[in-house]
Ligand binder design. Sequence first.
Ligand code: TRP
Length: 332
Amino acid sequence: MNKKYLTEIFTGIRPTGGLTVANYLGAVRPIVELQKKFTPLVFVADIHGLTDKEPKEVGQYVEGVVADYLALGLNPSKTNIYLQSAVAGEVSFLTLILSRLTTVSELLRVPTLKDKLKNKDNPEVANALLFFYPVLMAADILLNKAERVPVGEDQLAHLEITRRLAEKFNKKYGDIFPLPQTQEMKALRVLSLKGEGKMSKSIPAGAIFLTDDLKTIEKKIKSAETAFEGEMTPKLKSHILITKELATEKEDLKKVDDLIKEHEAGKAVLGEFKKVMSKVVIEFIDNFQKKRLEIVKDKDYVRSILEKGNKIAKENATKTINDVLKTMDFYR
Ligand code: TRP
């Protein structure tokens, strides 16, 4: 039985629409960066998507989200992408096997579940797939014997659970799961253009969506909240961050630095700054939208990429499930 890693870098993406600039900077770009050095395996978590969506709706997002990631720089000759349900049998079975190694109370203590049960759902109405969410996630990771898992801060507890389940299995039945390491993706502080909090889908007027048309972006940036002359606010900092992170031309970076210096010296230049911000963001989104259009033009392209990834996932899953059955001495 071998405990070798099968996958260097592994992560899951949610099948949702409506990615924002903040999603790009926080979740997509880190993976694009990692593919310079590694061969990541990424999957669309369509079964996880069923916790709060109907299957039909989840299905409608799958190819779109892959097209988004490809247009944002995921390179299919570097990164393999598969669909979670392509290994539905294996991942479900491993979820059940791992479920035996935790308790109902332990799962009820998972912070993400506790939050959800407090804020949105309650135990009387929340479906039990929500309860199994972290175990299903552990099954994804362990099925692929992943070495490093880049995730946002909100997923750290799930990675802890994954390691705990792997250790339990190894101890109880035999040493087959190498422990996955967390690679935390530090979220950049991208704030809503308006109002409170982070940039998110839930406040559309304060969010720049990758699907926004260029006029809309210009309008949103024009009406973004900033700061008084000479003052530095978290909002303005966030606008500067977005602009600098998305800028591709040195000249624009220099303009931003110069304007912010003038602003800090008390001059009224934020109108000018917003023009640079608009130009940079619009260039980025225009480029994204053109690439995406090119990608979806070929009806079979995304599908063929998934098929390639699905084969790899199936191979990993078959190997791991064989290991699991043998190690547990499960009669078949
Ligand atoms: N739970 C992750 C999220 O909400 C998605 C996910 C599912 C995942 N399975 C995973 C991420 C396995 C990393 C590894 O973003």
